[in-house]
Ligand binder design. Structure first.
Ligand SMILES: Nc1ncnc2c1ncn2[C@@H]1O[C@H](COP(=O)(O)OP(=O)(O)OP(=O)(O)O)[C@@H](O)[C@H]1O
Ligand SMILES: [Mg+2]
Length: 248
């Protein structure tokens, strides 16, 4: 088992509140890791620090044996770090397939907009169509993201992230707001990513789906790791149950 990414003793505080307070954990190559924990535990903050959106006050982030702590987000993206936002943000003035083509273009050229024109267009379009088909949006490609219901817009967000060909994909609550059937479909989809070479870190409150699909769980509480290990064993621990419910 090799380590693909590691966060090492991260600290960050906002106005005196420590959102990461000595946070350390590793992500193994090819695994499906779920990061869980109560509201305010520091899950989103952890993903943002790994993606480079937030700069930790101290500590290190290692990705693919390289210290990326001070690299900007777009450089980390080029190295293979992908990220989806909790609130989806497609380009509403472009069609569903164009949204994915723009992401595919980011991978290919300095100017992603070229994916919408010229020689790169056909290549980007074929790649985007294949991803959308795989993710169950094959019928929606020419629609505006505005016309897609939330469940499909969230799938589009994942499709855009996949088009960037990340080695590590950080997903912040991709199941939030979905019906239980949609959440199960989305979890099944995400579950297929490690088989295509994308290691997944999933932040999620839907513990039923987490238990069903995760290889391993890291539990955060108050800005640090409370527990980590096999899903069923971690969830059986009294301290984990207490962090969630306040009672044992
Ligand atoms: N930009 C910010 N400014 C001020 N405080 C922040 C900021 N971002 C996070 N925090 C605080 O840091 C702590 C951790 O927040 P974070 O969003 O990482 O939690 P979370 O585990 O993702 O919670 P949730 O499950 O509710 O999404 C919280 O106390 C939060 O209020
Ligand atoms: Mg969050």
């Amino acid at each position: 088992m090799t380590v693909l990414a590691r966060i090492d003793d991260l600290y960050i505080s906002f106005g005196g509140v420590a959102a990461a307070n000595g946070m350390s954990f590793a992500v193994n190559t090819g695994e499906f890791l779920a990061v869980i924990g109560p509201n305010g535990a520091g899950k989103t903050t952890a993903l943002r620090m790994v993606a480079g959106i937030l700069q930790p006050d101290s500590g290190r982030i290692i990705f693919n044996d390289r210290d990326v702590t001070s690299l900007p987000t777009h450089v980390r993206a080029r190295l293979g770090l992908g990220f989806t936002h909790q609130v989806v943000r497609p380009f509403y003035s472009f069609s569903t397939i164009e949204n994915v083509m723009i992401a595919a273009g980011h991978r290919q050229t300095e100017s992603p907009w070229r994916a919408l024109a010229g020689r790169s267009r056909e290549e980007a379009r074929m790649k985007a169509a294949a991803i959308l088909e795989h993710i169950g949006l094959g019928e929606q490609i020419d629609k505006s993201p505005r016309a897609l219901p939330l469940g499909q817009r969230k799938r589009l967000e994942v499709a855009r992230a996949i088009a960037l060909e990340p080695r590590l994909l950080l997903l912040d609550e991709p199941l939030a707001g979905l019906s239980s059937a949609e959440a199960a479909t989305m979890a099944d989809l995400i579950r297929t990513l490690p088989a295509s070479g994308i290691t997944v870190v999933l932040v999620e409150h839907n513990l039923g789906e987490v238990l069903r699909v995760a290889d391993r769980i890291v539990v955060l509480d108050a800005g640090k790791v409370l527990a980590e290990g096999a899903p069923k064993e971690v969830m059986a621990r009294d301290d984990v149950r207490q962090a969630y419910t306040g009672v044992v």
